[in-house]
Design a protein around this ligand. Structure first.
Ligand SMILES: O=C(O)CCC(=O)C(=O)O
Ligand SMILES: [Fe+2]
Length: 186
């Protein structure tokens, strides 16, 4: 792993550890870590030409467990949809990293951690560069039993993360409002 990717993976692991601790399920953190893998992607969003849409990346939820996003310079464009349906722009300083919950942590947390829709809108006249790192689990993702009880009945069946990615990669599933709910929601 490149040093920069390694540093971002460590940041992700720290956040995941804090999440596990906050739910009192830290005993699952080490096994989780062992089955985590990471994918990094650098994105260039070209500035829109005249009469071209300023949509850089259509609204979607990440299919990862968690994603870390970093943008070069201060060319903003990332927008996140709040639970009330309002979109808000994310202003990032050069040293900021965004932690985005993916669909796998939504299912893992038994619906406690929302994986928000987000998109990229290009508003200025400059190209935008960003770097995103996605974490995926090798094997099954399942909510810890501590997060399932009478008041919080199970909302997702255990699922294989890689098989879920295959499901999402099929053209007929790309536009689902929530691929994870269609795939393994109860
Ligand atoms: O470039 C960004 O700020 C976001 C990228 C993104 O949402 C993604 O790659 O899934
Ligand atoms: Fe995304």
């Amino acid at each position: 792993m490149l040093p920069f990717s390694k540093a971002i993976a460590e940041l992700e692991q720290m956040v995941v550890k804090m999440v596990f601790e906050s739910y009192g399920v830290e005993k699952y953190y080490e096994p989780h870590l062992k089955s985590a893998s990471y994918l990094s992607r650098v994105m260039k969003y070209r500035r829109p030409e005249m009469n071209e849409s300023n949509m850089g990346f259509v609204a979607h939820t990440d299919k990862s467990f968690m994603s870390i996003i970093h943008q070069k310079q201060q060319i903003d464009g990332l927008e996140v949809k709040a639970k009330d349906g309002e979109w808000f722009g994310v202003e990032l300083s050069p040293s900021s990293f965004v932690v985005m919950a993916g669909d796998a942590i939504l299912a893992w947390s038994n619906n406690r951690i929302h994986s928000p829709h987000h998109r990229v809108m290009m508003n200025g006249d400059k190209d935008r560069y960003s770097l995103a790192q996605f974490s995926f689990m090798k094997g099954m993702v399942k909510a810890p039993e501590e997060l399932v009880d009478h008041d919080h009945p199970s909302q997702f069946k255990p699922f294989d993360h890689i098989e879920f990615l295959e499901f999402y990669s099929r053209p007929e599933n790309r536009r689902l409002e929530s691929a994870i709910r269609t795939y393994c929601g109860i």
